[in-house]
Design a protein around this ligand. Structure first.
Ligand SMILES: O=C(O)c1ccccc1N[C@@H]1O[C@H](COP(=O)(O)O)[C@@H](O)[C@H]1O
Length: 208
């Protein structure tokens, strides 16, 4: 059985990073999207970064950030992966010497969203999220998981409205390489709830 990887995104507090690490999640995401309530300054992110061990991949989430800002974050924070949620093209995403994941907004018209995947030949993986194109992620919106293709030439992450109550079904339907959650493990944007974090990990691990 393949184990589905788990990413917790939008962490803003050291106690939440410590709990995510203790739970053994595979990836932790820091948000640098300017308009997000989970947005971190580089100073705060650097403080949190020290608590992330090498076995946990640190993902830096961008949304149309200028190239010089992405470069400064890469240089100071040393993330393992960049995750792009805006209108960034393949050349931009490749430009920082790191693997990248491209987020695809599946909330409006999933079929036309899937037709765009060829625009990012350099992406290591795709991240299918539940919001509509042009809208901000981290909004807890689900999409129709059955709209995803049975096979894809790259791994993909499933995101958007996941929580402990639906993640097992999501894994069973979509068979993603990993699941990514933010609001489903929170009490308020950026404030993670440790019981919800544990319940999510238990449910995802129980599913495979
Ligand atoms: O988390 C945010 O605030 C955010 C802002 C801008 C783009 C993406 C964002 N989050 C990503 O969206 C997924 C799904 O979130 P949710 O579980 O539906 O709340 C999240 O895992 C982040 O990768």
């Amino acid at each position: 059985m393949t184990t589905t990887r788990i990413k917790f995104c939008g962490l803003t507090r050291s106690e939440d990073v410590a709990e995510a690490v203790a739970l053994g999640v595979d990836c932790i995401g820091f948000v640098f999207a300017k308009r997000s309530p989970r947005h971190l300054t580089l100073d705060v992110a650097q403080g949190l970064r020290d608590a992330v061990p090498a076995r946990v991949r640190l993902v830096a989430l961008m949304m149309d950030n200028p190239a010089e800002e992405v470069a400064a974050i890469v240089s100071a924070l040393r993330p393992d992966v960049l995750q792009f949620h805006g209108a960034e093209d393949d050349a931009f995403c490749r430009g920082f010497g790191l693997p990248y994941w491209k987020a695809i907004a599946m909330g409006g018209d999933p079929a036309s969203a899937l037709r765009t995947l060829g625009r990012w030949p350099g992406a290591d993986a795709f991240l299918f999220d539940g919001h509509a194109a042009g809208a901000q992620g981290g909004s807890g919106e689900r999409f129709d998981w059955t709209a995803l293709p049975a096979t894809l030439d790259r791994p993909f992450w499933l995101a958007g409205g996941l929580d402990a109550g639906n993640v097992a079904q999501a894994i069973a339907v979509a068979r993603p390489a990993g699941v990514d959650v933010s609001s489903g493990i929170e009490t308020a944007p950026g404030l993670k709830d440790h019981a919800r974090m544990r319940a999510f990990v238990d449910a995802a691990r129980g599913a495979g």
